[in-house]
Structure formats: structure tokens, C-alpha cells
Design a binder for this molecule. Structure first.
Ligand SMILES: [Zn+2]
Length: 322
């Protein structure tokens, strides 16, 4: 059929060198584009044609699979596009024939919609597959590290794209009152927490303690409490207890009652929390429970006891004058 020495007309032509390809890849003129768009507008596909399209598209990946609008067009352009989409969607939803179709859920709320209830019921009592599991336990250490890195990377990317997101995530509860403020946990809840803490992974426990101990603690005063007591302290303590009539200066429990209750004599509290500072005006008699409760809110209590002592001093001075 073919002559042996005949050379096909397109031999050696590639995408780059074929003139026909170059012709086709030229962009259409404006007029031509308008013509196409006009012809396409309002065109309804037949059911058969729609099916054909669906079959031919099956298994094909969209060119922007996994890419967000922000990544493809930049943040500002993406915002514009989203606005356009939302306007168009609203327009479509307002068409009478669409409204009729979509009206089936009108007036339904979270409480009255059966689908919501059904979804809730189907999840009730189900234990999540990863309950109580850490990434390390579920996937092994190597895989867990990989997953954590992935999560961290994706968060970083999201924060880079939208810096306000970072602020939001940080300031979620900042400045807001704790939901537990003023409330007390029930004894059952306390028991539950105790049990959960006792069953905690020792590694996690250690990390939790490390996170709030030493210099990281808000009450850290530069390691004052680790220093030994001043050596004349025993003598001094007796003197202070005598000065305060052997009575807790906050709840007025006596030394006798305290010994019966706790099995120990009253404590001598350092007002400025520096155990080396054993001036008499820095020491005050407190019972063990008052001494413990004074460990929080330290600034307030320092101020409180200092003024208390100065008031007592003044009274004594005035009495001596009389
Ligand atoms: Zn007391």
C-alpha cells in the first residue's frame, strides 16, 4: 500500500515545532469569546448528555484538587471570588422554582429537625476509636513524630496565610472569666479527678509537674525557700509567739487548741516570704491552715500583715503615752 521511500508529511514534528499546535494554542479574540459565551448561555443539556459528561469526568482529578482558592489566586483575589460565589448562590436560592424545591426545611430548627436528632442518637454512647490513646501509643513513636510535624506544619501555613487566625487562637479565653469561677466541684467529680490523676502516665505526670515547678511557677522568688533557716530562729519563734499571746493572728485559734487539732504548735510566718529575713516586724503567728492559705496571692498578704503589725505598734505606742 505504502511506497517504501515515501516520507509521511508530519514526520519529526513535535508539539513545539508543529505549526498547527501553535495555531490552536493561541488565545481566542475577545469577539470570539463573547460569541462562545453567548451560545453557551442558557443552554440546557439533555439528560443523556449530562450522563455522558459525568462518565467522561469520572476518575479525573480536578486541576485544583487540594489547592485552596487562597493558594491559587492570593488572599485578596480569593476573597473577591468567594464574594462573587456567595452573591450568585443567593441569587439562585431566591429563584421561585428553587425556593419551592428547597422549602422542605423551612421553619425547622436544630431542636425540631429529625435529621439532627437522628445524627445525635446514632453517635450517643459510641466510644471514639482513639479514646485515651496518644499518637505514640496508636501509631508508634516514629509515625507519631511524623504526624505531629505534619499538624505543626499545616498550622504554621494557616497562620502565615492569615495572621489574625494566630491571634484568635491565642486569645480565645484570654481575659475571660473561668467557667468554674465561684463554683465548687461536687465530691464525685473530685473523686473522678483524683482517680484520673492517679492513673496518669508517669511520663505525662512528670512533664505536667515540670511545667509548673521551679522558675516556671508564678510564685517563684529566686529560690529563697531552699535556703536554710536563720540559726537563731527557734529562740525567735518563742519570742514572736509570746508577743502574739500564742494566738493565730488571723483566725484566733489558741496554741492549745492547735496542738489538739494538728499535733503541733502554732507556726511563725515570714511576712515577705524570705526565710532569711528574721526581723521581728517580718514575723507573725499563724495556724497551719492559715499559713497554707496565705501562700497564694502573696502580694496582698504581705501588705495585709505589714499594715496589721504597724497598726498594733501604733496602739502600743499610744497606750504607753497614756
Ligand atoms: Zn489561723
Amino acid at each position: 500500500m505504502f511506497r517504501k521511500d515515501r516520507i509521511p508529511w508530519n514526520k519529526g514534528l513535535t508539539k513545539e515545532t508543529d505549526e498547527r499546535v501553535a495555531k490552536c494554542s493561541k488565545p481566542h479574540s475577545k469577539k470570539w469569546n463573547e460569541k462562545i459565551s453567548k451560545a453557551k448561555k442558557g443552554r440546557a443539556f439533555s439528560v443523556k448528555h449530562k450522563k455522558n459528561i459525568s462518565i467522561s469526568c469520572k476518575g479525573k482529578l480536578s486541576h485544583r484538587k487540594g489547592i485552596t482558592l487562597e493558594e491559587e489566586y492570593g488572599i485578596e483575589k480569593a476573597k473577591e471570588i468567594k464574594q462573587k460565589i456567595s452573591i450568585r448562590a443567593k441569587k439562585v436560592m431566591n429563584r421561585p422554582e428553587v425556593k419551592k424545591k428547597c422549602g422542605w426545611s423551612k421553619g425547622l430548627t436544630k431542636e425540631t429537625d429529625l435529621r439532627v436528632k437522628h445524627q445525635g442518637d446514632s453517635r450517643k454512647g459510641r466510644v471514639p476509636h482513639n479514646k485515651g490513646l496518644t499518637f505514640e501509643k496508636e501509631y508508634g513513636i516514629d509515625e507519631a513524630n511524623k504526624l505531629k510535624q505534619q499538624i505543626s506544619d499545616s498550622m504554621k501555613k494557616a497562620f502565615e496565610n492569615d495572621p489574625s487566625l494566630y491571634e484568635k487562637s491565642r486569645s480565645g479565653r484570654k481575659g475571660k472569666e473561668s467557667p468554674m469561677k465561684g463554683k465548687q466541684r461536687s465530691p464525685e467529680t473530685k473523686e473522678k479527678i483524683k482517680k484520673a490523676l492517679a492513673n496518669l502516665d508517669p511520663d505525662v505526670k512528670r512533664r505536667k509537674i515540670e511545667a509548673i515547678s521551679g522558675e516556671r511557677n508564678h510564685n517563684w522568688r529566686g529560690g529563697i525557700s531552699n535556703r536554710p533557716y536563720g540559726y537563731k530562729f527557734k529562740k525567735l519563734k518563742k519570742k514572736i509567739l509570746q508577743r502574739d499571746d500564742y494566738i493565730c493572728q488571723f483566725c484566733f485559734i489558741t496554741n492549745k487548741e492547735h496542738k489538739e487539732k494538728v499535733g503541733d504548735s502554732l507556726h511563725c510566718h515570714h511576712i515577705d516570704y524570705d526565710r532569711q529575713n528574721c526581723e521581728e516586724n517580718n514575723l507573725i503567728t499563724l495556724c497551719s491552715s492559715c499559713n497554707a492559705s496565705v501562700n497564694f496571692n502573696r502580694k496582698y498578704w504581705t501588705n495585709y500583715f505589714q499594715t496589721l503589725l504597724s497598726v498594733v505598734d501604733e496602739e502600743i505606742y499610744l497606750m504607753e503615752l497614756c
